[in-house]
Design a binder for this molecule. Structure first.
Ligand code: NI
Length: 169
């Protein structure tokens, strides 16, 4: 089932999420819905708060349906190692049309649980490292515009307010 993507400034996006504790059929359904909703919105990463569920869970697929083995499900993820720096453009399905360069670590290792609750570790560089950081930020209630300078962020927020008033957001 395709769920509606929640847009900024919905408060669910800036709230700390709750850990996932039940590894049941409801969780599997939520994960399926998140992949379906992400593909429908043409995204490569989606965090549970973006479908209005304040749970510590995110899905990523950098291949966009091309390779099933590229589907990543991170439940209760934490970043356990960060190395180097990268500065590349990012976007977010909850902030459509907004793209800005964000400073991130170049290499990241995460620890997370799978759908059975089993812990695993995974390493990512470049785009995958950025996706890990962007999506885990979502789970801590941090949107990527919070990673920009105050000046840039204010300009973007003003632009969004203008679009809201014009009924374009
Ligand atoms: Ni996002």
């Amino acid at each position: 089932m395709i769920r509606e993507i929640v847009k900024y400034p919905d408060p669910v996006l800036e709230r700390q999420t709750e850990p996932v504790t039940e590894f049941d059929d409801d969780l599997r359904k939520l994960v399926d819905d998140m992949f379906e909703s992400m593909y429908a919105a043409k995204g490569i990463g989606l965090a549970a708060p973006q479908v209005g569920v304040s749970k510590r869970l995110t899905v990523i697929d950098l291949s966009f349906k091309e390779r099933p083995e590229d589907r990543i499900i991170l439940i209760n993820p934490e970043v356990i190692l960060k190395e180097g720096k990268q500065y590349e453009e990012e976007g977010c399905l909850s902030l459509p049309e907004i793209r800005e360069k964000v400073s991130r670590a170049a290499k990241v290792k995460v620890r997370a649980q799978d759908l059975d609750g089993k812990w695993f570790e995974m390493e990512g560089t470049e785009l995958l490292a950025r996706a890990f950081q962007h999506e885990i930020d979502h789970l801590d209630g941090i949107l990527f515009i919070r990673r920009l300078s105050a000046l840039k962020r204010d300009l973007i927020i003003r632009r969004i307010r203008k679009m809201q008033k014009a009924g374009e957001w």
